[in-house]
Ligand binder design. Structure first.
Ligand code: GLU
Length: 424
């Protein structure tokens, strides 16, 4: 049996982080099993379905790197097929028309016995058939219900595994009745845990960014979001957290999907994003994310890269190199206005010329020599040299190494800032 799975979003909203996680589990499962991953747009709700939502879903999946292996199926275009199967059940006496005369059609649910979902994640889930009312297959407005359309489409598309959120568990027995009545082979089911916010409520807008596009715009890398989503309800056997899409495909299986709900942890996503940025070469970062690198040179990017959490941090972390005049806080002014700090500044200014010759690597080395000599000549402790120098050059308490600052600021800016610090 070749595995075939479908991600079946309804285009009634933007691609939500939870839907993206569902899509990812489908994708990873299919790749791991050497199977197929396809998309079905469940657009039967004509009132709420909108083209911009559909576009957003495709754009989001594309950005995350998940393409369907076949052209997407549009559920609404399959209406004739759905109606054909409704007629079949009517002619077999398994369904009946609305006695009031509306177009509604109901499925006769078996009155006795039980139904079991043999769930690949949750284990067996038992239901009593008597607890189910006869099911609407076609509504009084003529439209076909989700539970009916989904069974016909999944069966005709040859879907082998139905993966979806556990909020669908109550639909599954209703769908199993229909598989049996229509004589379709039963697929396997896997109901995956929900994603909750830190307050244990189902993840929603209230918890902040909820759509994939919002994370994209906030400066997350697709590989970070994918990696993070994979860990929402799943852990690999070896416990690794940082994985590429290829590694995820190799490691993912449904048997390690958790039965309990996952909690969305923004700090972990930020950490993963930081790691993924570090793993890019400076050239990759510069070339793949040009819009974030407008006013920054490759050398500067190289020096700030490891401190970035979001792509949007590039602008903030690089302004120190370009800003015309620094504003020191009152506290910083006191820190740079000491005799020992002034001694350091004068020493550096006097020997600045030693730095700026040769390749950039040689210049960094020259700058390091100058810093080391300054420590020796002044007889001060390292911190007494480093700290005021950093404040004077950046008006910040932390940032890139001093040798990088001295080189990348360039002679004129270093001189100007140190003279300014001496004067103030
Ligand atoms: N369109 C349904 C949803 O978005 C699909 C559920 C399913 O996978 O069967 O919830």
């Amino acid at each position: 049996m070749t595995v075939k799975v479908r991600f079946a979003p309804s285009p009634t909203g933007y691609l939500h982080i939870g839907s993206a996680r569902t899509a990812l589990f489908h994708y990873l499962f299919a790749r791991h099993q050497g199977g197929q991953f396809v998309l079905r747009i469940e657009d039967t709700d004509r009132e709420r379905s909108r083209p911009e939502y559909e576009e957003d879903i495709f754009a989001g999946l594309d950005w995350l790197g998940m393409r369907g292996d076949e052209p997407a199926v549009y559920q609404n275009s399959r209406r004739e097929v759905h109606l054909k199967y409704i007629d079949k059940l009517l002619s077999e006496g398994r369904a009946y028309k609305d006695p009031q005369g509306s177009p509604a059609v109901f499925f006769r649910v078996p009155a006795e016995g039980g139904t079991v979902i043999r769930d690949l994640v949750k284990g067996d889930i038992h239901f009593q058939n008597k607890d189910f009312k006869d099911q609407v297959m076609r509504k009084s407005d003529g439209s076909v219900t989700y539970n009916f359309a989904v069974v016909v489409d999944d069966a005709e598309m040859g879907i082998t595994h139905i993966i979806r959120g556990e909020d669908h568990i109550s639909n599954t027995p209703k769908q199993i009745f229909l598989y049996e009545a229509l004589g379709f082979p039963l697929p396997q089911f896997a109901h995956i845990p929900m994603i909750l916010g830190a307050d244990r409520a189902k993840l929603s807008k209230r918890h902040g960014a909820a759509s994939v596009n919002e994370y994209r715009r906030a400066g997350y890398l697709p590989e970070a979001l994918l990696n993070y989503l994979s860990l929402l309800g799943w852990t690999p056997a070896d416990g690794t957290e940082l994985m590429t899409l290829n590694e995820l495909c190799q490691k993912f299986d449904l048997d390690r999907v958790s039965k309990s709900n996952a909690i969305f942890d923004l700090e972990k996503l930020r950490w993963l994003n930081c790691q993924k940025i570090k793993h890019l070469t400076t050239d990759e970062l510069y070339n793949n994310y040009t819009e974030y690198c407008q006013n920054v040179s490759l050398d500067i990017l190289n020096v700030i890269k490891d401190d970035l959490v979001l792509l949007g941090d590039i602008a903030g972390k690089s302004t120190v190199f370009s800003v015309d005049r620094l504003e020191y806080t009152a506290e910083q002014k006191t820190e740079i206005n000491t005799e020992t700090a002034h001694l350091v500044f004068r020493e550096i200014i006097a020997k600045l010329n030693n730095i700026y010759s040769g390749t950039i690597i040689e210049q960094y080395a020259n700058a390091q020599v100058l810093i080391d000599e300054t420590i020796k000549i002044t007889g001060l402790k390292k911190a007494q040299v480093f700290h005021p120098l950093r404040i004077a050059l950046t008006a910040q308490n932390s940032g890139p190494g001093l040798k990088f600052l001295l080189v990348l600021l360039g002679k004129d800016k270093v001189k100007e800032r140190l003279q300014n610090a001496l004067g103030g």
